[in-house]
Design a protein around this ligand. Sequence first.
Ligand code: NDP
Length: 492
Amino acid sequence: MKARLELLPIDVAGEWRPGNGEEYESLYPATGEPVARLRAASPGDVDEAINRADRTFRNSGWAQMLPHARAAVLHRVAALIRERSEDLAQRQRLDNGKPISETRALVASAAGTFQYFAAALETLEEAITPSRGAWVTMSVHEPMGVVAAITPWNSPIASEAQKLAPARAAGNAVVVKPAEVTPLMALELASICEEAGVPRGMVSVLPGKGSVIGDVITRHPLVRRVSFTGGTATGKHIARIAADKMMPVSLELGGKSPTMVLEDADLDHALAGVLYGIFSSSGESCIAGSRLFVARRIYDEFVTRLARAAGSLRVGDPSSERTQMGPLITAGHRESIERYVALGVSEGGRIRSGGVRPSGAGFDRGYFYTPTILEGLANTARVSREEIFGPVLVAMPFDTEDDLIAQANDSVYALAAGVWSRDFKRAWALGRAVQAGTVWINTYKQFSVSTPFGGWRDSGLGREKGREGIFQYMQQKSLYWGINEEPLAWAR
Ligand code: NDP
């Protein structure tokens, strides 16, 4: 019999101990085996963590540290992530089942994010505004206090770093609520922050069910801001609570991103981009290019090549360097994807590739699914409109560019889009006409921490990344500094 895993402590504002919530196990999606056992945070733990975080914020001196001194600590966080990168990548693979090549990239991105925000903090400038009287006027920014980061399971270390780094740079105490099924990376980051010199209590990691813990965090009166990444329904729920508290939120939500292949595209490049855009991360990606529009003249040739290439993708063991697609996150999520594929077929769609669980050794216990291409469906079909969040692509031909733009923009989502064309003027025009927070032209799913990211419409509110990202976690204040020689004229 296997020994039971040791109970993993959680971080209740610097106190590392099991939570008082339900006990549960985090499972390796490739085998269903437990990789960690922990007790979730209870609502009482949340209240304790937030109250202590608030006291630490006011007393630890972190918020008052000069920017270059705070930046030095963030640089140490980046260095420690790099030092432990292989261990972190392996743990993240076990936590959410992504192939090791992807989890290594996520860890590198997390280190880069801390490094970037350290540099941004040290060089951030406040403004002296043009004076319109006998005063010097300034616009300055101050930390908010306790802020919360609520993250999903698909890219834990990267999305947690994306919130923690700017929030810490801004001087706040941060309470992180990772997805219940992927708690490990947030706990590792909290421990690294502490080791790097962030005062104990300034970071908390509170795993547990979002509907319980997430709700308590969002409603807590001492939480001054929530940065949320997750589904649109949850995002709207958080926005409603925030409205009552008059609390700023940023919401990075779902997508149904169109990829457009024009007849003059470099088809080898487009093929690689479309495949990567939808099937990397097993399609569990907010920016997955899940709606494909191809010029009718090249549609058959392109989709035939695409289906062949999708059928040859290497699905399997996430620990292998060669694996391109690992398992889905949970058995329940795979069932939801299977229901969507069946729905697509019942709506009149044909399966051009995949549409089944892979069979054979190595696939029996994990939550694997083959890369799937559906065609014969309109942009109005439910599988073309709803976010599936898995390896399912809906391919459609288009006739004119006006029709293409109308269809691409006909979605409640507007997170990302891709354009493939050799004609730079057409590509430019389409890139400007498509409504999306990010447009990739002749590339797809590439990221830079120095470039803002976020969605329009049901894909979200606010932006992350970029120098200005720090200001999202600060309050702006205007200062008027009187330099009158005489008392104010009115009183004279
Ligand atoms: P969810 O919205 O279900 O969950 C996201 C996070 O919110 C989890 O930590 C979850 O906790 C928590 N949560 C759930 N209910 C509440 C609540 N009532 N109050 C506060 N927090 C809550 O999304 P998924 O986990 O299903 O993640 C996938 C979604 O995330 C997709 O729609 C995807 O598009 C989106 N996403 C968006 C990205 C972007 O940058 N735009 C990037 C990545 C994903 P728990 O899981 O523990 O219940």
